[in-house]
Write a protein that binds this ligand. Sequence first.
Ligand code: NDP
Length: 411
Amino acid sequence: MSESFTRAAAIKLADNGARALSAPQRLTVLGATGSIGLSTLDLVSREPERFKVVALTAQSNAENLAKLAIAHRADIAVIGDERCLDDLKSYLAGTGIEAGAGEAALIEAAARPADCTMAAIVGAAGLKPTFAAARQGRRVALANKECLVSAGDVFLAAIRASGAELLPVDSEHSAALQSLAGAERVAVERIVLTASGGPFRSWPLEKLREARPEEALKHPNWSMGAKITIDSATLMNKGLELIEAYHLFPVGVDQLDAVIHPQSVVHCLVHYIDGSVIAQLGPPDMRTPIALALNWPERRVTPTARLDLVTIGSLTFEPVDEVRFRGPAIAKAALARGGSAPAILNAANEVAVAAFLGGRLGFLDIARTVERSLEAAETRGLIRATESLDDVLAADADGRELARHTIETQN
Ligand code: NDP
């Protein structure tokens, strides 16, 4: 490969040298009780001899965290909400597993020596622990989108400075990584991420206005946490993924696109200058990209259903309807605007999604809130350069405040 397919040359994504696994891989899972965390630990439980679990974390689910820590013989379990520490300690009593709580303890756990960290905390709450993991200079399997969306350049600088390896877990980016193998940068024309279209793909605008949280939470293909499931229904998830792709792969904003593919079989298509298109296909089961991120460059057996294209019959593709689903267009505009705009977008979206799930905001108002928050940030001169994690966290706080104000006054 004459030019690395990572925006940051020091990221060893393209390093195909097999890693000798003489000893078990020390693994930490941030967000162990979530959808990605549980899928990761499911794979670990199938090959326990390959992994030594160091730390597992959660936010408030003390009972499940303790069960997982005991089942996987973790060294330490950390809960974000300090009010849950007593529960966690009592569930772990007599096991010899350490218990910790609070933000500082999460960061300390993420900084404990590990060969690989699965970064699967949802939202901007994952920034500080994932940065702590990145600073170790080992492997970061990145599910948490916010490190790239809100903190893209700052996060990649941290990865580069420590010499860490960054492996994408998102199925689309894992697919892009595989479809770009062996490619030269100049040979790539476009990277197209697929989106299922979510549960409202065929709903008219009028009906979308009335969409309820319980309907939005019914994803047709994927089983995921609540936040990303709502983002899939609004298609903001695809917008966030376009920003992630921009940071992971050295292409311009105008070389990135999204297409609706309801079957969720093709995850990404890379278009080359000679007219070739290389795509990666797989079942809609996160254990496939998770296994690749944990074991890269090796492929290991996974228990996922095998693709049967004859049974599936046809694979279809449609354009994104930017009137009904504003997410990708808003995200691309924020990416083009640069600076703290993507961090403000992400924070405003987190607040809007929480308000929708809490019954305080309509479905279409999620994108409207994000767009208005970005407009307000521009008007007030709040879109600035982000050069450090503190700058990103300040932009995140601005985005939350603007979104709360927008929800109270404008929707
Ligand atoms: P879930 O909501 O299922 O799980 C989130 C995890 O983070 C849980 O362990 C939760 O603990 C913990 N957590 C929540 N809030 C905090 C907090 N404030 N501080 C510390 N820990 C916290 O999310 P997913 O597994 O679906 O997603 C995780 C990340 O991966 C997200 O960024 C998502 O966008 C990304 N992703 C997910 C995919 C999927 O298929 N699910 C696909 C691609 C990317 P507790 O259980 O105690 O609340």
